[in-house]
Design a protein around this ligand. Structure first.
Ligand SMILES: [Zn+2]
Length: 81
């Protein structure tokens, strides 16, 4: 079995996924992005330093992923409608 690695090369212990859900629309539409893998040290760093201080990295990543997902969902909607 392939070993899952964090971006730093350590064994991954956590994964983070971006889940986008529609609100006020039934049936609810949801889309989950690919899992990003983290070791304990990197998830700790992510949560304490980047996330809490609001430094650009993770927020920029989330913003980009969110924009891409929204484009994907709106494209799906235009195909379905
Ligand atoms: Zn790591």
């Amino acid at each position: 079995m392939k070993l899952s690695l964090c971006g730093c090369g350590a064994r991954a212990e956590y994964s983070v996924c971006l889940l986008i859900s529609s609100r006020g629309v039934r049936p609810r539409r949801q889309k989950c992005g690919p899992a990003q893998l983290f070791c304990a040290a990197c998830i700790q760093q992510l949560l304490t330093e980047r996330w809490m201080k609001g430094a650009g990295g993770i927020q920029e990543s989330l913003r980009n992923a969110y924009s891409q997902r929204l484009r994907g969902i709106s494209q799906q909607n235009s195909i379905l409608n």
